[in-house]
Design a protein around this ligand. Structure first.
Ligand SMILES: Cc1ncc(COP(=O)(O)O)c(C=O)c1O
Length: 369
């Protein structure tokens, strides 16, 4: 018993350590994360992972696929692209797969960096790809969000010049959880695509059926859409993501892949194929996410903590009025993940876990006020 408690304690210490490194802007410690069992008792709300996944069908498919992992899986890669195409109304030639969509964001940056120039993106937004982009010689021009924490589409458009190679638009935006309506997005893409590549990151569109721009791909040679199985499908650790674009652009991007078999493993691809068939699971995850988020937002409202209504699996809120620094306070109660994404800002993001986990978060915050 004592030994188990000790193990739990040290696992939590490692979790806190990896979290602290993340807070300082360094990558999460792979060793610490890899060795973390989920039985630390900690509530982990740091990376917008789906607390329910992978789906039962995906789990079974992945277990079975271990047996075929001795073979390269060219055919399955084509099959998965075809299956995704059925979902988005494209052919397999419109799609390239990656080990997670972040790998593909890097690929687009690599492609853009060959033409020298800069990338325009919001501040704050999903930025993990930016250090790599800078190393590849692609400067980043960051456009602050509007007062309502939306992407400032007008300023982004106005900032495009002859040096702009890429516009990155995260919709819904991470970390704020805000999204634009379809018409506004269509207008933005139509304008921006006139002069450069526009990469729209749709990692979170599924939670509220937020407008996707996938239907514009056939009209816009400069449009790329990034999607992932890491969120509503609950497969963050399996690493499956994809890009949608016109076939000629997909071919140019693939030329930068060192190997035709780049991307997800056989096990992960089988999981993704099964996940797309598990409609009941997706419906369940969306409903649970809405309930859990409602519990958290209700709690924030009762605590008079301002927050931004979110169409995603995380909530952005202002901890300024709370009696103590929320990240450390929650962490002292083994709730890990509240953190800031803006310099010198009191705004914090917390991922949405299960309903029980969010009840606990509210309970802790209320007790500590
Ligand atoms: C907006 C956004 N894009 C991409 C990713 C990366 O997803 P993946 O796991 O597919 O690399 C994330 C992960 O949190 C994200 O928030």
């Amino acid at each position: 018993m004592q030994r188990r408690q000790l193990l739990k304690k040290s696992a939590f210490a490692m979790l806190s350590f990896s979290m602290a490194r993340d807070l300082m802007g360094a990558p999460l410690s792979r060793v610490a994360s890899a060795s973390l069992p989920d039985n630390t008792g900690a509530i982990i709300l740091r990376a917008n992972e789906n607390p329910h996944g992978p789906s039962p069908l995906a789990r079974t498919a992945m277990q079975e696929a271990v047996a075929i992992s001795n073979r390269y899986q060219w055919d399955m890669n084509g099959l998965l692209r075809e299956r995704i195409g059925l979902l988005t109304n494209h052919t397999r030639e419109h799609i390239t797969l990656g080990a997670g969509s972040s790998e593909l964001l890097g690929l687009v940056c690599l492609w853009a960096s060959y033409q020298k120039g800069h990338v325009i993106a919001s501040e704050p937004t999903f930025k993990l790809w930016m250090p790599a982009a800078r190393k590849m010689g692609l400067a980043t021009q960051l456009i602050p969000l509007t007062a309502t924490k939306h992407n400032d589409l007008e300023r982004m458009l106005a900032s495009i010049n002859s040096e702009t190679r890429l516009v990155y638009l995260c919709n819904p935006n991470n970390p704020t959880g805000t999204a634009h309506d379809k018409k506004t997005l269509e207008k933005f893409v139509e304008q921006a695509c006139k002069s450069c590549i526009v990469l729209v990151d749709e990692a979170y569109t599924d939670y509220y059926d937020t407008a996707s721009l996938a239907h514009l791909v056939n009209q816009q040679p400069n449009l790329i859409i990034a999607k992932t199985f890491s969120k509503v499908y609950g497969m963050a650790g399996a690493r499956v993501g994809y890009l949608l674009a016109q076939p000629s652009l997909i071919r140019s991007l693939n030329e930068l892949q060192a190997w035709a078999n780049a991307g997800p493993s056989a096990v992960s691809m089988r999981g993704a194929l099964a996940a797309m068939d598990d409609h009941a699971f997706v419906v369940f995850c969306k409903a649970e996410n809405h309930k859990a988020k409602e519990i958290f937002c209700q709690g924030l409202a009762e605590l008079k903590i301002p927050f931004i209504p979110s169409v995603t699996s995380f909530v952005y809120f202002d901890g300024a009025a709370y009696s103590k620094p929320i990240p450390n306070f929650l962490q002292s109660h083994q709730i890990v993940g509240a953190r800031s994404f803006e310099e010198k800002s009191t705004w914090l993001r917390l991922s949405v876990g299960t309903t029980e986990e969010m009840k606990r978060v509210v309970e802790v915050l209320k007790a500590g006020r």
